[in-house]
Design a protein around this ligand. Structure first.
Ligand code: RFL
Ligand code: PHB
Length: 392
């Protein structure tokens, strides 16, 4: 098998890239280790920046999003009985965020890719890459029980944090920047009407977040130990913590409902640079992850593949590789700004084990500052809705 761009992974990064290249007439093949059903039901993100929504519109895959998404026009932060209320359009020149589950985005992208006749193989597990420094890099994978090879001009490593593409780059070429926060997030989906606004809370017992997926479905998170087990979290315990941390002791504001999905995710930042080695280009979680507190991982994956698709289109149409050579530097500028914002929000909102009384007072002072400072609260609002794409 041969193609121009071999794409490893059918998450948001790989799927968006495949549609952008397909539209430009560039041949690509997407290889995904999991089944279609598995990737379509993997519950993760929910907050889409305007740029992500605009890209879906540009690709003609936004019809269901327009019908089903929820508009996020405000963000609340609760602490010590006080409320920071951010009017997002008012503070960001009219921008809002859209709430639409990542698995819904993935379903829409897969449907479009297949309808448009693009190659997308599920249960195709990539085991190794070679020839990355040659003109003919090759992907080795297993599909239908058979070992196969895909020869490419370029490989796009969109295979997430635990994939095989980043480790295919010699370790001495990469610089790894890593920060683990000593906490995790227990996330649940519940059949219960959500709070009216996206609500983050910093409480003495730890962080909590009330988000949503639809008028009938809430997406709720509580800070937990990163090594905790969901088995330790009965539904009753989750509701108790949510009511306390969100400041709803009378249990009247936050409606309870059947919890039908539970999972724990670590809170961590990781950046591996550069994002390119020879003919391999990494995008999305394969190259960087950010703590969920900023709601940016998916949006950053989209920002990467916008840059990569432009560079690849120019390369395949004209032979010029100047943009491709700048790919890593261009993306990392945004990556570090998003790491900065996600780190700030994480530090602002969590209770960390071993946090000293001094550190706690500084944290509360910071929250009080945001409450009373237009500049500080605007900083959060403009990052939350999404920074402009600098390369435009
Ligand atoms: P993905 O989605 O992990 O996709 C990678 C794909 O590659 C496949 N794969 C392989 N395929 C073939 N061969 C192999 N050897 C392979 N190894 C792996 C995998 O099966 C998978 O299908 O990476 P991508 O495309 O870079 O997308 C990144 C996003 O998924 C991620 O950043 C976000 O989910 C992060 N995130 C959030 N991002 C936001 O923008 N807004 C949010 O509100 C938000 N909330 C979240 C989040 C992530 C969370 N968790 C669970 C980590 C909330 C949570 C709780
Ligand atoms: C979500 O709706 O899943 C969500 C919202 C805000 C975040 C992270 C996740 O910061």
């Amino acid at each position: 098998m041969r193609t121009q761009v071999g794409i490893v992974g059918a998450g948001p990064a790989g799927l968006f890239l495949s549609l952008l290249l397909q539209r430009a007439g560039i041949d690509c093949v997407v290889l995904e280790s999991r089944s279609r059903d598995y990737v379509e039901s993997r519950v993760r993100a929910g907050v889409l920046e305007q740029g992500t929504v605009d890209l879906m519109a540009d690709l003609g895959v936004d019809a269901r999003l327009r019908r089903e998404c929820m508009i996020d026009a405000a963000l609340d932060i609760r602490f010590s009985g006080k409320l920071i209320h951010l009017d997002l359009p008012g503070m960001s020149g009219g921008k809002v965020a859209h709430i639409y589950g990542q698995q819904e985005v993935v379903k829409d992208l897969i449907a479009a890719r297949l309808e448009r006749g693009g190659a997308l193989l599920f249960e195709a597990e990539v085991s190794r890459l070679d020839g990355l420094k040659s003109g003919r890099p090759t992907i080795h994978f297993t599909h239908g029980g058979k070992a196969q090879m895909l020869e490419c001009d370029v490989i796009a490593g969109c295979d997430g944090f635990h994939g095989v593409c980043r480790p295919a780059i010699p370790a001495d070429v990469l610089t790894i920047y890593d920060r683990e926060f000593a906490c995790g997030w227990l996330g649940v989906l519940s059949e219960s009407p959500p709070l009216a606004e996206m609500t983050y809370a910093n409480h003495d017992r730890g962080f909590a977040l009330a988000s949503r997926r639809s008028p009938q479905v809430s997406r709720l998170y509580v800070q937990c130990d990163p090594d905790d087990d969901v088995a330790n979290w009965s539904d009753a315990r989750i509701w108790d913590e949510l009511h306390i941390r969100l400041g709803d002791p009378g249990r009247v504001e936050l409606k309870e409902g059947r919890i039908f999905q539970k999972g724990i995710t670590p809170v961590r930042s990781f950046v591996s640079a550069p994002m390119q080695f020879g003919r391999l280009f990494l995008a999305g979680d394969a190259s960087h992850i950010v703590p969920p507190t900023g709601a940016k991982g998916l949006n950053l994956a989209v920002a990467d593949v916008r840059v990569l698709s432009r560079a690849l289109i120019e390369y395949f149409k004209t032979g010029a590789d100047a943009r491709l050579e700048l790919y890593s530097d261009t993306c990392l500028k945004r990556v570090w700004k998003v790491v900065r914002y996600s780190t700030y929000m994480t530090t602002l909102l969590h209770r960390f084990p071993g946090q000293t009384a001094f550190e706690r007072q500084v944290q509360l002072a910071e929250l009080d500052y945001v409450l009373n400072s237009h500049a500080a609260s605007t900083t959060i609002a403009e990052n939350y809705v999404g920074l402009p794409y600098e390369e435009d």
